[in-house]
Every structure is written in structure tokens, then in C-alpha cells.
Design a protein around this ligand. Structure first.
Ligand code: ATP
Ligand code: MG
Length: 202
């Protein structure tokens, strides 16, 4: 019995100390700014995590802009649901996977035209959250000028949040970002022969 009382007291003291540390950290984080988030890595969840944040933002009556740079398919649940919600601007800028178009000049042109449109959202302070889905690919292929993208991101409205998704996010992009998350693949059902499932993969 004595042991239990002593154990409970040690637990209480430990939790109290933890609470003080957490409270001090919360108090230190007292600034507000528009954030740049990067979702990168080979694991699943990069785009869907961004779409989850869109739902959060809409729940706060925020305005959201989405630009999809590589359009894999046109039958995704996120597009069907989010595209037509009030407060959402949704642009599809890519014409499919590169192995579908098989036309380099056309892919470059599409990407560059896409960025010209996408960057107008970075100049619009009424848009509170911008998602550039799969932007890393046209950057990695050298179709878009990364320096120009970095400038456009830096010059955006001070309170505007931006999420960029895609594998192999360049180091310089991660450097100017506020929150960078690497999604790591441990296993994926696709490699067990399971096709993309509605509600999970599309
Ligand atoms: P999601 O859209 O599900 O959040 P993602 O954005 O992280 O995934 P992408 O590379 O954009 O990943 O690929 C989108 C599609 O490919 C989804 O159907 C997803 O389930 C699938 N996918 C994602 N990661 C993997 C992986 N490591 N292996 C196989 N398929 C994957
Ligand atoms: Mg994705």
C-alpha cells in the first residue's frame, strides 16, 4: 500500500514537471505567420494530409486554392468533394503522368503555363491556404525554375499558408519551409497486388 502511495506521488511530480515544460514551450510559441509546409518522401499520405488540412481550413471559413501539377487521374474523391465546396479554387495544371503524354516539349510548356497560373494565388491575399500538389516533380525534371518559385513563395502575403507535396523535395525549398515532413514507406498494399482502393488511394 505504502509503495502504491509513493508510486502515485512520484507519478504526480513527474507529470507536474512535464506540464510545466509543455506550458513553457506553448508560451514561447507566440508568433503568427503564414507557414510553408513540405510533404515529401516515398511513403503514402503526402497529398491526403494536405487535403485533410484543407478540410480544417474550410471548417474555419478560410479560402483555399489548390493547383495539381501532375494529374494522375480524374476520378479522385478529394476532387469530387473539395473542388465544388464554397471557398475552394481548384486548378488542374498537369496533363497526366509523363509516361502518358510522352511529349517533353508539351510537358514543359504545360508546367510553365501552370506555374504562371498557380503563382497568381500567391499574389492573392484573400486566399488563406494554397496547396501545390505534386509540385516537386516539374521542379525535379527541370521544367520549372526553382529560383523563381522560391522568390514567388517568399513574396506571398505574410499570413498565407502554403503546402507543397511530392517526392524528392529540393533542399533549398526545405530550407525556406517552416514545417517539413518526410513520409517514409514501410509497406504499401500495391506491391502485394492490390489495386488502388476508393476512399484510400483515390
Ligand atoms: P496519397 O494521395 O494517398 O496521400 P501520396 O500523395 O503520398 O499519396 P503519391 O506519390 O502522390 O503519394 O501517389 C498517389 C497514389 O500512389 C495514391 O494512390 C497512393 O496510395 C499511391 N502511393 C503512394 N505512395 C506509394 C508507395 N510508396 N507505393 C505504392 N503506391 C503509393
Ligand atoms: Mg500525392
Amino acid at each position: 500500500m505504502k509503495d502504491l502511495v509513493a508510486q502515485a506521488e512520484r507519478y504526480r511530480v513527474r507529470m507536474q514537471r512535464k506540464k510545466e515544460i509543455v506550458n513553457a514551450a506553448i508560451e514561447r510559441a507566440n508568433q503568427e505567420k503564414g507557414l510553408l509546409l513540405i510533404h515529401t518522401g516515398n511513403g503514402k499520405g503526402k497529398s491526403s494530409a494536405a487535403f485533410g488540412m484543407i478540410a480544417r481550413a474550410l471548417g474555419h471559413d478560410m479560402r483555399v486554392g489548390v493547383a495539381q501539377f501532375i494529374k494522375g487521374r480524374s476520378d479522385t474523391g478529394e476532387e469530387a468533394f473539395l473542388r465544388y465546396q464554397p471557398g475552394v479554387e481548384w486548378y488542374v495544371l498537369g496533363e497526366g503522368y509523363t509516361w502518358d503524354t510522352q511529349n517533353l516539349a508539351q510537358d514543359i510548356e504545360t508546367a510553365q503555363r501552370g506555374w504562371q497560373l498557380a503563382r497568381t494565388m500567391l499574389q492573392n491575399e484573400t486566399i488563406n491556404l494554397v496547396v501545390f500538389d505534386e509540385l516537386t516533380y516539374p521542379i525535379c525534371y527541370g521544367w520549372l525554375n526553382l529560383d523563381q518559385i522560391l522568390i514567388d513563395l517568399k513574396n506571398r502575403p505574410a499570413m498565407q499558408h502554403v503546402i507543397i507535396t511530392g517526392r524528392n523535395a529540393p533542399g533549398t525549398l526545405c530550407e525556406i519551409a517552416d514545417t517539413v515532413t518526410e513520409f517514409r514507406n514501410i509497406k504499401h498494399a500495391f506491391y502485394a497486388g492490390i489495386k488502388a482502393q476508393k476512399g484510400i488511394d483515390l
